[in-house]
Ligand binder design. Structure first.
Ligand SMILES: [Zn+2]
Length: 514
């Protein structure tokens, strides 16, 4: 009987993962690391699954607790993270849990003689913002976590730690936005709901499909049917029927309570940049192996509305009342962009809108260009056709990707480094060996070691200047790094010259002299 260790089992994806693992024909045993505050959940799963589930009460910030979990396990599914909105309020705690916790999990596995295989859940947030110019993306695209998104920066460092750990049996799965049962309730209590730009391309996945994926990976692995799965990074997405824009998503959700985006929102309450998400050119890769994409966005909302008919009661209220009581009240929440404007938080306003002046530019839905209707501020956009063209504006990664991995050599490393504004200092490598670290130098002269896989295939670069944690200075970096330019200049003017940083919850903006 195989033992599956899970962190984050009480979260939206974790619950579905545990359910799918317990339903597998292989009769797994699960070991869960849970916080003491998850006692209710622990009692519930213990009642349901009896001896098939072992609970360890602890915290991933403790190495010893992590070791208790990983020891004698065959697989570790590392799902735990502090996610938005909670991560928006405490950057130190976010870094301690997301980066520190991952480090503890990895280090504890390394200390073991019989090492379990690790599946690390990363996030689409590490890619940063996309708009209509580059609505499609894939693993290997540049990583530009949005300004003040410490969730994303901490996850980017965590992922890199896994990639550079020397572990042999690992996989990194970058998870997208998850559709889950409690979604509406969770989102009507924080200003986070105003962070989503109306025109951002999003590919969702349901929590249930994600859980199905996790169980299927283990099932297929013990059948030895996925020899090429390990040592790689993947994007998780629900596929074609889960691709839409921010506007569509809110509209689907608001239909349940008898409204729409336009009855509840003003267009300028949400920023036009500094978010994350896009449509995955490569989310079929995991699906081809594990056949987990069963639910569309429509399926999700249909089931949601039949399960939660209580929300339907809201339909008897006039939309203006809901707008006032639920939505407008949240504009004053400290995580809402309108609150940043009110408080004159210039750093957050600049990061999100470009400038305060941009906010008032369009305040009427009639004049607001919507991507899902094929409208752009400077003309039309063939929305449906581009939504069906995964190679539209495909990003160049700085080397010949048509070469098989086994043919990649030092020339490819040098080319890729040059496209990132630096150089590969190693003079040789074993052709096709993507997992022995090489020596690199960025345009600022920082010297670092990283595997060819981490740099060419996973999109990471200098961990000193290009992996923000509490400080973002892309405006100064990007002119030197061609690899970043397409994405950054999609939503930033070349004249912007800011360094943003966050300390003890306070945000700062520094204008650099040109
Ligand atoms: Zn650097």
């Amino acid at each position: 009987m195989k033992t599956i260790a899970i962190t984050g089992a009480s979260g939206a994806m974790g619950k579905e993962t545990l359910k799918a693992i317990m339903a597998s024909p292989y009769n797994y045993k699960a070991k869960l690391l849970l916080l003491k505050s998850d006692k209710f959940f622990a009692t519930k799963v213990k009642c349901q699954y009896k001896d098939r589930v072992e609970i360890i009460f602890g915290d991933i910030r403790s190495y010893d607790d992590c070791l208790k979990l990983t020891k004698d396990s065959d697989y570790v599914l590392h799902l735990a993270a502090l996610i938005p909105p909670k991560s928006d309020y405490d950057e130190d705690l976010t870094i301690a849990i997301n980066y520190g916790g991952t480090k503890n999990i990895v280090d504890s596995i390394i200390s073991l003689e019989n090492r379990p295989k690790l599946i690390h859940i990363s996030t689409v947030a590490i890619y940063g913002h996309r708009n209509y110019n580059h609505p499609w993306g894939r693993v290997g695209d540049p990583l530009l976590p949005s300004v003040f998104d410490v969730y994303a920066t901490s996850k980017m460092h965590a992922e890199r730690y896994v990639l550079e750990s020397g572990l042999v049996d690992f996989a990194v799965l970058r998870q997208t936005g998850i559709l889950y049962d409690n979604l509406l309730m969770k989102n009507i209590s924080d200003g986070l709901m105003f962070h989503t730009p109306w025109n951002v391309p999003i590919e969702w996945v349901t929590a249930r499909d994600s859980g199905r994926l996790m169980a299927s990976i283990i099932d297929r692995d013990i059948e030895n049917s996925i020899p090429h799965f390990w040592k790689r990074v993947y994007n998780i997405g629900g596929g074609a029927s889960c691709r839409q824009t921010g506007y569509d998503t809110f509209d689907d959700g608001f239909k349940i309570i008898g409204g729409s985006v336009e009855t509840f929102f003003e267009p300028n309450w949400n920023p036009n940049r500094n978010f994350h998400c896009f449509w995955f050119e490569d989310s079929n890769i995991l699906n081809d192996m594990f056949h987990f994409q069963m639910e569309s966005n429509d399926d999700f909302w249909k089931e949601f509305s039949s399960k939660h008919s209580i929300y339907g009661v809201a339909r008897i209220l006039p939309a203006s009342i809901i707008r006032k009581l639920v939505i407008e009240r949240l504009l004053k929440n400290q995580n809402a962009p309108m609150c940043w404007v009110q408080n004159n938080d210039i750093a957050r306003v600049t990061a999100a809108f470009g400038s305060k002046e941009n906010i008032d530019a369009v305040s009427d839905w009639k004049e607001f260009p919507l991507l899902n209707k094929g409208q752009l501020s400077n003309g039309n956009f063939d929305y449906e056709s581009i939504k069906n063209s995964p190679t539209y504006h495909k990003l160049y990664h700085g080397y010949d990707e048509s070469k098989p991995d086994s043919e990649l050599d030092i020339e490819d490393m040098q080319q890729a480094a040059k496209y990132r504004g630096g150089e590969c200092l190693s003079v040789s490598m074993v052709k096709g060996d993507l997992y022995t670290p090489l020596k690199w130098r960025c345009h600022l002269g920082h010297i670092f070691y990283a595997t060819p896989y981490t740099i060419l295939k996973a999109g990471h670069w200098c961990d000193e200047c290009c992996a923000p944690l509490r400080k973002w200075n892309y405006d100064n970096l990007v002119p030197h790094i061609p690899f970043y330019q397409d994405i950054w200049y999609d939503s930033h003017a070349k004249g912007e010259n800011y360094t943003y940083y966050i300390q003890n919850g306070l945000t700062y903006l520094q204008k650099e002299s040109a």
